[in-house]
Design a protein around this ligand. Structure first.
Ligand code: SF4
Length: 241
């Protein structure tokens, strides 16, 4: 078994919001994006003082303790693919373990990774949940500090390989919620696949940096408007949270 250590932000032994069913979630440290709306900005720097390191073997021990109550394991972030070798090694080890191999393996990602990273993860990953922060590249750059070319390519790449579990849209009022942006995003996703699961998440201020804490939160009306735009475009699997 590989002993590639991961830079770890946190571990949650039971979560219902990070993929299907009850899941063990590994939150990695470090992210190539710098999202204005990030709820855990302390997970962005790759090497902050006091970063915890953990090996695959150490995490397997923790997962075994929770195993009777789990449906799967998710690696989230920070950005999981920034430490993709660890993700690959962890999921390989889960699948090789007689007690753990029944667990599904999911990655929660911002999608900013090259095909060779997905190729390394595809053989050991059941599903990828990908954030689409904005379809418009300029808005995406403003919100995250990076363009979205890789993200859009990744969504297509994973969909074509039947491993795109869901696309997550975080709606940030005043930034990516205009009618025009919603319609174009809906059209892009519907052209990809009308059956793709789309999860619309309303921006909440909890945890964000002080300079972004004055941004209005998403209202139920905004979520309903987004849902309508997505469904009007033909998407049949839209969830709002
Ligand atoms: S991609 Fe996620 S972890 Fe990274 S900065 Fe954005 S919200 Fe935070």
């Amino acid at each position: 078994m590989s002993s590639t250590p991961v830079r770890l932000a946190d571990v949650v032994p039971f979560s219902w919001v990070d993929g299907p069913g009850n899941r063990f979630v590994v939150f990695t440290q470090g992210c190539p994006f710098d999202c204005l709306a990030c709820h855990n900005p302390e997970t962005i720097p790759p090497h902050p003082p006091g970063t915890r390191h953990q090996t695959v073997a150490g995490l397997l021990t923790e997962i075994r303790l929770a195993e009777p109550y789990l449906q799967g394991v998710t690696v989230s972030g920070g950005e999981a693919t920034a430490q993709w070798r660890f993700v690959r090694d962890l999921f390989r080890a889960v699948r090789a373990d007689p007690r753990l191999r029944r667990l599904t393996t999911y990655v929660d990602t911002n999608g900013h990774a090259l095909p060779r990273v997905w190729d390394a993860l595809l053989p050991v990953t059941d599903g990828f949940m990908v954030d689409l922060k904005a379809l418009d590249p300029d808005v995406h750059r403003r919100l995250t500090g990076r363009g979205n070319g890789l993200v859009l390519d990744s969504i297509r790449y994973l969909h074509d390989r039947n491993r795109l579990a869901e696309v997550r849209l975080l709606l940030v009022p005043g930034h990516n919620d205009s009618a025009d942006q919603l319609e174009r995003t809906a059209a892009w996703l519907a052209a990809l696949d009308p059956e793709v699961r789309v999860v619309v998440i309303g921006f909440r201020r909890h945890g964000v940096r002080l300079e972004f804490s004055g941004t209005p939160e998403a209202t139920p009306e905004l979520l309903a408007r987004a849902r309508e735009a997505l469904e009007d475009a033909g998407l049949r699997n839209v969830v709002t949270v």
